[in-house]
Design a protein around this ligand. Structure first.
Ligand code: GXQ
Length: 282
């Protein structure tokens, strides 16, 4: 019918539909199905295993919040690791911080990077920067080889069904904690409060065992299920993650601001209660 419908077992009974003008690429990598199409109203769209990853029109909301919330919780982030994020959008945002000396992108699927360079130049532009290097490997393995090295680690993953499943488990968060420097900050793709409180709650409990400061924030993004996506923010320091530490000016922002940073941690009652309630006595 000329439309792409995002049906998924992680969002039963609902589907985001986007009108397709032209399919640009359809194929299979070693890990997942890859689809790129030009849409009528959202620009170019990248889909992995039937799940929308980025669209030209609204990706800035997610990439800016996944990057500038953790980056502004560190006084001087020099070395930054991105796990996943092969489209390059988070890397583009990290490079806006003049403190950054080194960005490593650890992506398991080479095809995602190639697709982005070909069809999403507005996202892949960061790959040309001399401070950026790419590792095609599993993020947890890479982090175990780089202990106490990164000031900020951002896990820009797909969902816990498929290649990113291990990025939501305890050993992965332990690897993050060991790869971070003493004042390190991490941010992980945190799913959606309308759909996944059953994933978010145990993940936050796990992080609270590993980090002194843990928070959950969210952004509004039309093309992710229910129009929202969360992020889990942890710091190895005792601090209020809802208050940016720095007032570094960052160029070319279309979503993030210090006020938006703080507001993102203010949760609707149903969500706040669900995430903060102790386990019901079993
Ligand atoms: N740089 C963008 C990478 C993709 N991250 C996305 C985060 C949302 C996810 N589905 C939304 C799941 C509903 N909570 C797809 C990958």
């Amino acid at each position: 019918d000329g439309w792409f419908h995002e049906r998924g077992q992680l969002w039963p009974g609902q589907a985001m539909s986007i009108k397709v003008e032209e399919v640009l690429f359809e194929g299979k990598s070693d890990f997942q199905d890859v689809l790129v199409f030009r849409s009528s109203t959202y620009g170019t769209v990248l889909v992995l295993d039937g799940v929308i990853q980025v669209t030209d029109r609204d990706e800035f909301s997610y990439q800016e919040m996944m990057c500038h919330v953790p980056m502004n919780l560190h006084e001087c982030p020099r070395r930054v690791l991105v796990v996943g994020g092969g489209d390059g959008g988070v890397v583009r945002e990290i490079l806006k911080h003049d403190t950054v000396e080194e960005v490593v992108l650890c992506e398991i699927d080479r095809m995602v990077i190639e697709m982005s360079k070909t069809y999403l130049p507005g996202l892949a532009c960061g790959y040309n920067d001399p401070r950026v290097s790419v590792q095609i490997m599993d993020g947890a393995e890479y982090m175990r080889q780089h202990m106490n090295y990164f000031d900020v680690i951002i896990t820009d993953s797909s969902d816990p069904i498929g290649p990113a499943e291990t990025l939501f488990q305890q050993p992965y968060f332990e690897a993050i904690a060991s790869a971070l420097t003493e004042n390190g900050v991490m941010c992980s793709q945190g799913e959606c409060m309308w759909l996944h409180l059953d994933i978010i709650k145990p993940t936050l409990r796990m992080c609270e065992k590993l980090f002194p400061s843990v928070g959950y924030a969210y952004t509004c993004i039309p093309t992710y299920p229910s129009g929202q996506i969360g992020e889990i923010i942890c710091s190895k320091r005792q601090l209020d993650v809802s208050k940016p530490l720095t007032q570094r000016t960052i160029p070319d922002l279309k979503y993030y601001s210090p006020e938006v940073h703080s507001a993102a941690f203010v949760l609707p009652e149903f969500c706040r209660r669900a995430l903060l309630e102790e386990e019901a006595p079993s």
